[in-house]
Design a protein around this ligand. Structure first.
Ligand code: NAD
Ligand code: LMR
Length: 335
C-alpha cells in the first residue's frame, strides 16, 4: 500500500507526451488488467481520444509508459493508488471505461463476483460522481446486470445521475452472436448483424435471431441461442482458472467506446448500439434496466428502441430472462 501510494504521487503527475489538447479525455479504470491493457491499446489508436488516462491499483505506470511510445496523437497518463491518483485520472474525463474487478473461474456464475466487485464499482462510482459528474460511464465489470444499478444508485445519491450517460457494455454478446451465426451460415461476420437484448448473463442474454433475415432450423436456433447465452463460459473453461474473456472484450469495449465518442464528440448521426441502460421497455414489469438498440447522440443514450417484432421462441426467452434480470437489478439497487 505504502509503495503503491509513493508510486501514485509520481505517476499521477507524469504525462508521457503532451501533443494533444485535452478535448476528449478517456479514463480506463482497471487499466492494468486482462481487459484493461488491450482495451487501452485499442483506445490509443482511436483518433477521437486526446488524452488516455489509465488508473489501476497496481502497475499502471508501466502500462502507461509502454503505450505512450505509440505515435498516435494522444497523451497518456498513468495513475495508481488510493490518494489523488483516482481523482487525477478522472478529472475532466469525457468517457470513463470500467473493467476493474475480478473475473470468473470455472464453476462460477457472474453473480458469484458480486461480493467482490460490488464494492469496487461503488467506490469508483463515488469518485466519478465527485470528479467527473458529466462523464459518459461505460461499465464492463461483472455482474453487469447489478453493477450498472450500483453505479446509478451512487450517482443518484450524489445528485448527478443522468441515465443518458450510464451504459452497461453488452457489446461482446453482439460480437459473439455475429461471429457464431456467420460460422454456421458460412458468411462474413461483417454481413451478419444480430441484435441481442436483455442483460449480460446466461438466460438474460436474448439474441433476436428472427431479425437477422436468415433462416434457422429449430436445432440451429437452440444451439445458437445456447452458445450466445453461455459464450463466456467457453472462454472461462478454456482459460482453466486464469480468467475470462479479455481480448474479445477489449475489442468489444473499444467498439462501444468508439460509438459513444463518434456520437458525442465526432458529430456522427445515426449511431445505434445495443447497451444495458435505464430503460422504459420493461419498467412496467419492475425491470428498470434493459439492453435494446439505443440511438447515441451528442448527449449520450438519446433514443431507446423497443424490441421490434419478435418470434414466439424469442418471447419465451424474454419471459425467462425478466425474473432473473429483476433479481439481479434489485440486488444492485439495494447494495
Ligand atoms: N461486460 C462484459 O462483457 C465482460 C466481459 C469480460 C469480462 N468482464 C468483467 O470485467 C472484469 C475485469 O476482467 P479482467 O479479465 O480484466 O480481470 P483482471 O483481474 O485481469 O483485471 C482487473 C483489474 O482491475 C484492477 N482493480 C481491482 N480493483 C480495482 C479498483 N478498486 N480500482 C481500479 N482497478 C482495480 C486489478 O488490479 C486488475 O488489474 C471482470 O469483472 C470480468 O468479469 C466483463
Ligand atoms: O464470462 C465472463 O465471466 C466474462 C464475460 O462476461 C463474458 O461474457 O465473456
Amino acid at each position: 500500500m505504502f509503495a503503491a501510494t509513493r508510486v501514485s504521487a509520481f505517476a499521477a503527475k507524469r504525462a508521457f507526451s503532451t501533443s494533444a489538447a485535452n478535448l476528449s479525455k478517456v479514463a480506463v479504470l482497471g487499466a492494468a488488467g486482462g481487459i484493461g491493457q488491450p482495451l487501452s491499446l485499442l483506445l490509443k489508436e482511436n483518433p477521437h481520444v486526446t488524452h488516455l488516462s489509465l488508473y489501476d491499483i497496481v502497475n499502471t505506470p508501466g502500462v502507461a509508459a509502454d503505450l505512450s511510445h505509440i505515435n498516435t496523437n494522444s497523451k497518456v497518463t498513468g495513475h495508481t493508488g488510493a490518494n489523488n491518483g483516482l481523482e487525477e485520472a478522472l478529472k475532466d474525463a469525457h468517457v470513463v471505461v470500467i473493467p476493474a474487478g475480478v473475473p470468473r473461474k470455472p464453476g462460477m456464475t457472474r453473480d458469484d463476483l458480486f461480493n467482490t466487485n460490488a464494492s469496487i464499482v461503488k467506490g469508483l462510482a463515488e469518485a466519478a460522481a465527485k470528479h467527473c459528474p458529466k462523464a459518459h460511464i461505460l461499465i464492463i465489470s461483472n455482474p453487469v446486470n447489478s453493477t450498472v444499478p450500483i453505479f446509478a444508485e451512487a450517482l443518484k445519491k450524489a445528485g448527478v445521475f443522468d441515465p443518458k450517460r450510464l451504459y452497461g457494455v453488452t457489446t461482446l454478446d453482439v460480437v459473439r452472436a455475429s461471429r457464431f451465426v456467420a460460422e454456421i451460415k458460412n458468411k462474413d461476420p461483417k454481413d451478419v448483424k444480430v441484435t441481442v437484448v436483455g442483460g449480460h448473463s446466461g438466460v438474460t442474454i436474448v439474441p433476436l435471431l428472427s431479425q437477422t433475415g436468415l433462416d434457422f432450423t429449430k436445432e440451429e436456433l437452440d444451439a445458437l441461442t445456447h452458445r450466445i447465452q453461455f459464450g463466456g463460459d467457453e472462454v472461462v473453461k478454456a482459460k482453466d482458472g486464469t480468467g475470462s474473456a479479455t481480448l474479445s472484450m477489449a475489442f468489444a469495449g473499444a467498439r462501444f467506446a468508439n460509438s459513444v465518442l463518434e456520437a458525442t464528440v465526432g458529430g456522427k448521426k445515426g449511431v445505434v448500439e445495443p447497451t444495458f441502460v435505464q430503460s422504459p421497455v420493461f419498467a412496467d414489469k419492475g425491470v428498470n434496466y434493459f439492453s435494446t438498440l439505443v440511438e447515441l447522440g451528442p448527449n449520450g443514450a438519446e433514443k431507446i428502441h423497443g424490441l421490434g417484432e419478435i418470434s414466439e421462441y424469442e418471447q419465451k426467452l424474454i419471459d425467462a430472462a425478466l425474473p432473473e434480470l429483476k433479481k439481479n437489478i434489485t440486488k444492485g439497487e439495494e447494495f
